[in-house]
Design a protein around this ligand. Structure first.
Ligand SMILES: [Cu+2]
Length: 578
């Protein structure tokens, strides 16, 4: 009895402390329990296998407020492979071990094991999450992450309702076979996706817009409850809606349009932009946007929302969703054809769109000067006959021990001690295939001085074949950057004079156009080890990335569970009370 009473007092005390804590803390703790497993699924009408979370594909949408803490227990039920999840756009300030990058911020979670992701959502915006191990993003491991303004704060955008669209591309060949194809000698290219998905839904065997096309497409006969039935946005006439859009595509760049409706772009990668009106919007893998649109069209009609391939010769039909004006039936197909996208190779159009994106006035401005400039040449290469992508002639191979642990605990043998180069050799002709296309593997790190201002110039070049240069959307973990400008051909010192230091957009993903360069600036103020890479899954898999480290000695607690592999795993075993 005495014990019982005592424990009640302890419980009351704990509760009281808890209440005081939650009253002083800025936000709530959101407790989530997730299980990832492979399941049969028909994302486009053909049955395949996807990674689901809690039986859902795409995974559950996380919806929380700025200031909240996510406390997410992820159990790996994939049975035969490791698992991590990256929270794309969340900077992980103070929790670099929760960034979800295998071999960089943590060890992959073993089959059967549970890992606790605990991190703070420091800022409102449109984000998403996805796998960052092997090619698990291609296997369908992704979902939306939406952060509303903090409790008690007012959203500065005005709208009556909102929707959320996550775009992806889908192959009928499984991700494991794709991985083997890409790693073969000679490399077997995975080809174009069979379908494009909106919130995990596309159509391969049939077309909703068959009667508008002159191809032999079969019209879809859908009841609406199929896994591949289109996503429907139910709207009321004469209202303004916020449409949040993110792209988790493995390969393709997209252009999205709402038939007969204009869109006002207001947010990019979690940052407000100076509003501008467009008929359609380019979206690269890793990008996220918010647009506002007004339902000012005839309410007795429905309208298409379409996403079309850009930057690659399209062999994949557009993804279609339906804007359904209530009380019109959603089953009533739009009476006009889906909107026509700009030509896939109209890069001038894409560049003009990218150049329209500017920070909302009052946004933080970049420091006026940089302390270090790193020029990263993007090339396609061979190593012993294997096709690779390289940065300054180094193709990234990830080590067994996560950098975060090996740098923090001073294990120089865990990765290449030598830093990769800050620039490529003078005289390299970015407009032509390399005279010697061979490169080397590397796992070295760019160590950035803590709090220093770093400029990165992403320099595109010709790929292996003559007259081929591809789009690469680059994504930085742990930071936002300012996009200072885009240019053609080889970047020279003179180009820096044209940088936009007044209102450059603040983003975490920026594209390099064929044969062009893109200049970024960021402050290395977030202690951790951070991936910076092309967001095209096969390109990253073939080495297209670098690793930045800064202020690692300032990091206090890294949970042991994050480092229980490789050399840090051995250290923990020999010193279990560490
Ligand atoms: Cu790429």
């Amino acid at each position: 009895m005495g014990v019982f009473v005592d424990s009640w007092w302890v419980l009351i005390l704990i509760l009281a402390v808890g209440i005081i804590r939650s009253a002083t803390a800025a936000g709530k703790v959101r407790h989530l329990k997730w299980e990832a497993q492979y399941m049969h699924w028909s994302p486009d009408g053909e049955e395949g296998v996807v990674i689901t979370i809690n039986g859902q594909f795409p995974g559950p949408t996380i919806r929380a407020r700025a200031g909240d803490t996510i406390h997410l227990q992820l159990t790996n039920k994939l049975h035969t492979e490791g698992l991590v999840i990256h929270w794309h756009g969340i900077r992980q300030i103070g929790t670099p071990w929760a960034d979800g990058t295998a071999s960089i911020s943590q060890c992959a979670i073993n089959p059967g094991e549970t890992f606790l992701y605990r991190f703070k959502l420091d800022r409102a915006g449109t984000y998403f999450y996805h796998g960052h191990y092997g090619m698990q993003r291609s296997a369908g491991l992704y979902g939306s992450l939406i952060v509303d303004v903090a409790e008690g704060e007012k959203e500065k955008l005005e709208y009556d309702g909102e929707f959320n669209i996550l775009l992806s591309d889908w192959w009928h060949k499984g991700s494991h076979e794709q991985e083997v194809d890409l790693s073969s000698k000679p490399m077997r290219w995975i080809g174009e996706p069979q379908s494009l998905l909106v919130n995990g839904r596309g159509q391969f065997n049939c077309s909703m817009a068959a009667h508008f096309s002159n191809s032999s497409a079969v019209p879809c006969k859908l009841r609406g409850n199929e896994q591949y039935a289109p996503y429907i946005l139910n709207v009321h006439p004469n209202k303004t809606y916020r449409l949040r859009i993110a792209s988790s595509t493995a390969l393709v760049s997209l252009n999205l349009a709402i038939g007969h409706h204009k869109m006002v772009v207001v947010e990019a990668d979690g940052n407000y932009v100076e509003p501008f009106t467009v008929d359609n919007i380019d979206i690269y893998s890793g990008d996220s946007y918010s647009v506002l649109f007004t339902t000012d069209q005839s309410p007795s009609e429905n309208y298409w929302i379409s996403a079309t391939v850009r930057g690659r010769e399209p062999h994949t039909p557009p993804a279609l969703a339906i804007l359904n004006y209530l009380p019109t039936s959603a089953a009533r197909l739009p009476s006009s054809p889906p909107p026509v996208a700009p030509r896939w190779d109209d890069y001038a159009y894409s560049k003009a769109f990218s150049n329209k994106i500017l920070a909302l006035s009052g946004s933080p401005q970049p420091p006026p000067r940089h302390q270090r400039r790193i020029v990263l040449l993007n090339t396609q290469n061979y190593i012993d006959g294997y096709t690779k992508w390289s940065i300054n002639n180094v193709s990234l191979t990830l080590p067994t021990t996560p950098y975060l642990g090996s740098i923090k605990y001073g294990m120089p043998d865990a990765f290449d001690a030598r830093s990769p180069p800050d620039r490529f050799p003078r005289g390299y002709d970015v407009m032509r295939p390399a005279p010697n296309p061979n490169s080397t593997y590397g796992s070295g790190v760019y160590t950035l001085r803590f709090n220093s201002t770093v400029d990165v110039i992403l320099q595109n070049a010709n790929a292996l074949k003559p007259n081929v240069s591809e789009i690469h959307p680059w994504h930085l973990h742990g930071h936002d950057f300012w996009v200072l400008g885009y240019g053609e051909g080889e970047f020279t010192d003179k180009d820096a004079a044209g940088f936009n230091l007044k209102n450059p957009p603040i983003r975490n993903t920026a594209v390099i156009f064929p044969y062009g360069w893109t200049a970024l600036r960021f402050v290395a103020d977030n202690p951790g080890v951070w991936a910076f890479h092309c967001h095209i899954e096969p390109h990253l898999h073939m080495g297209m990335g670098v690793v930045f480290a800064e202020g690692v000695h300032r990091i206090n607690a890294i949970p042991n569970e994050a480092l229980a592999c490789g050399l840090t795993g051995k250290l923990l075993m020999s010193n279990p009370h560490n």
